[in-house]
Design a protein around this ligand. Structure first.
Ligand code: V47
Length: 372
């Protein structure tokens, strides 16, 4: 089964359910045996999620791309005085949310730049207005980085900010902004962002308030294999404490239009390896998402046999990856997602943000039921 004999002891551990170590992680990243890694990851994926591949019907909303952080990894954030930058009014954001309301969206995914003047009250009002207009839609809003920024700007604690946003309608948090926790790497790719410890501690606070979140890792820039494993194991350690992460999403760095444009894009080989290794190391996080916008639908489909059990959703409008040169479409219909999943031999399962099954009626665009 293995081209690379170094994977044998890892295989024995995986089969007996033993936790993998830091050294195992580095060995896997250094191994070219993508089929061996994929076979092991597939065993774990089927153990946890059977034959299901999950997707959801969601819409992204990015209220502003104006950002004081100016991370080198990013092509989305615009400087305060950049004429190309935009900031929606509350009415515009609510209007955008309703655009293309043909698939009975179950989730709004809301993230934006670190804006210099928008207030926490403005963000609370944004959420309240969305809940008023779309009461059944789950609001997955604001990365740990945005939460940290709101706290600094308003001189409140992380907990106070989270409580206010939760009260206004925030249901959970997306996984962005984690990048790579190792400080020397962070100094190069995102030096003005909160540090790795602050990201972890903000997630801990959110989980303690009963808010679930996702988590991510940005790979394929200046990080080492050790940095990747360190990042994954720090996520795993937090999950041991809180059980608050729902899904992990490995994110391939897209260099176009960023100050790091000289870095070559990741290969399909590395993208698939990251899915498989995440599935093997993150034994306590239930889902591994192959974000089709980032990987392309073709690779996200292949990933369903290499450890992933989720494709993300319909998305509708995507800016962060498309500003950085993504050539994927901006949206997929429900039936297109289902076809990709079926062709991979998996059972398509529409989920809500909390991974409860969603049932559609005779007119799927009109109504849905969340099965508890
Ligand atoms: O935090 C920014 C990354 C993230 C680039 O939680 C870039 O369900 C590659 O977190 N190249 C945002 N990546 C996306 C994200 C996400 C996406 C889908 C689902 C979920 C979820 C979360 O994208 C950022 C950053 O890590 N990013 N710029 C770039 N040039």
């Amino acid at each position: 089964m293995f081209d690379d004999q170094r994977l044998r002891p890892i295989h024995d551990k995986v089969m007996s359910g033993e936790r993998l170590s830091f050294e195992d992680g580095v060995t896997m990243y250094r191994s070219p045996d993508i089929l061996g890694l994929g076979a092991m990851a597939n065993v774990v994926r089927e153990r946890i999620n059977g034959n299901a591949t999950f997707f959801n019907v969601n819409r992204h909303i990015n209220p502003t791309d104006v950002c004081v952080a100016q991370c080198k990894l990013c092509a989305f954030g615009k400087q305060v005085r950049d004429p190309d930058g935009y900031t929606m009014s509350l009415e515009q954001a609510w209007e955008v949310a309703g655009r293309g309301w043909t698939e009975a969206v179950t989730e709004f995914h809301i993230v934006g730049g670190l804006h210099p003047t928008l207030t926490l009250d403005w963000y609370c009002e944004l959420l309240r207005g969305l809940k008023q207009r779309f009461p059944r839609v789950h609001l997955k809003a604001f990365t740990m980085v945005e939460i940290g920024y709101f706290a600094t700007r308003t001189k409140q604690t992380i907990r106070q900010v989270l409580e206010k946003l939760k009260e206004a309608g925030m249901d959970s948090l997306p996984g962005g902004g984690a990048e790579i926790f190792a400080e020397p790497v962070r100094r190069i790719i995102c030096d003005h962002k909160i540090d790795g410890n602050a990201w972890i501690e903000t997630a801990r606070e959110a989980h303690a308030l009963g808010l679930h979140s996702n988590c991510t890792m940005l790979y394929g820039h200046v990080e080492s294999e050790e940095d990747r494993v360190d990042h994954l194991l720090r996520l795993r350690a937090l999950q041991d404490d809180t059980k608050g992460f729902q899904t992990f999403i490995p994110l391939a760095f897209h260099p176009a239009n960023t100050p790091l444009h000289h870095i070559p894009p990741t290969s399909g080989f590395d993208d698939i390896k990251n899915i498989a290794i995440a599935r093997l190391l993150l034994d306590n996080i239930p889902h591994i998402k192959a974000y089709w916008i980032m990987m392309t639908p073709r690779m996200a489909q292949i990933a369903q046999r290499f450890g992933s059990d989720d494709l993300d959703g319909t998305v509708v409008e995507e800016k962060i990856y498309h500003d950085a040169g993504a050539t994927t479409s901006q949206s997929l219909r429900r039936d297109e997602l289902e076809r990709l999943i079926r062709e991979a031999g998996r059972e398509p399962v529409e989920r809500d943000t909390l991974y409860r099954r969603v049932e559609r009626g005779a007119v799927p665009e009109a109504a849905f039921t969340i099965l508890v």
